[in-house]
Design a binder for this molecule. Structure first.
Ligand code: HEM
Length: 129
């Protein structure tokens, strides 16, 4: 039987493909460094316990990428409701997510898939017009 060593594994989760827990941890750490440094976004995080937030974000990312554990996605709506987040600020944040993944050498196909997942949760996070 001929092996094709360059063929990507078909049964690996996105979580495994990007490098598992260490990759998620690093992505989340970098993401909040950038969000807190952005003058348009940092105000949302005033008074928020960012260490706890990073933990929840890591849990959510792990879960949606097919890694271990779960995160109740329905919590996203109540968690963001008081923040009155605009579509523009959501998109800006999603760009940082893509940028961080790119920095960590995540393949573009996977970055695009993650972008689609973020598009799916957009209505839970952006304030109704
Ligand atoms: C890009 C998609 C986003 C995802 C996947 C996401 C994910 C999360 C998660 C998992 C939590 C924790 C909720 C919990 O307590 O269980 C959270 C909370 C929070 N998010 Fe997001 N978020 C997103 C977009 C945004 C945006 C665009 C902003 C503002 C610029 C934002 C600001 C916050 C803040 C301030 C909290 C803490 C709320 C509080 O503790 O009162 N998030 N987010």
């Amino acid at each position: 039987m001929t092996q094709t060593p360059t063929a990507p594994p078909t049964d690996a989760s996105l979580y495994e493909l990007i490098g598992g827990a260490p990759a998620v941890r690093e992505a989340v750490s970098r993401l909040y460094t950038y969000l807190l440094a952005d003058e348009h976004l940092r105000g949302y995080f005033d008074g928020v316990d960012v260490a706890t937030l990073k933990g929840h974000m890591a849990q959510l990312l792990t879960f949606v990428l097919g890694g271990p554990g779960t995160y109740p996605v329905e919590r996203l709506q109540p968690a963001h409701a008081r923040l009155d987040i605009s579509g523009e600020h959501f998109d800006r944040t999603a760009q940082y997510v893509a940028g961080v993944l790119f920095e960590l050498h995540v393949p573009m196909d996977i970055i695009l898939q993650i972008g689609e997942i973020l598009g799916g949760v957009r209505p839970l996070i952006v304030a109704a017009a």
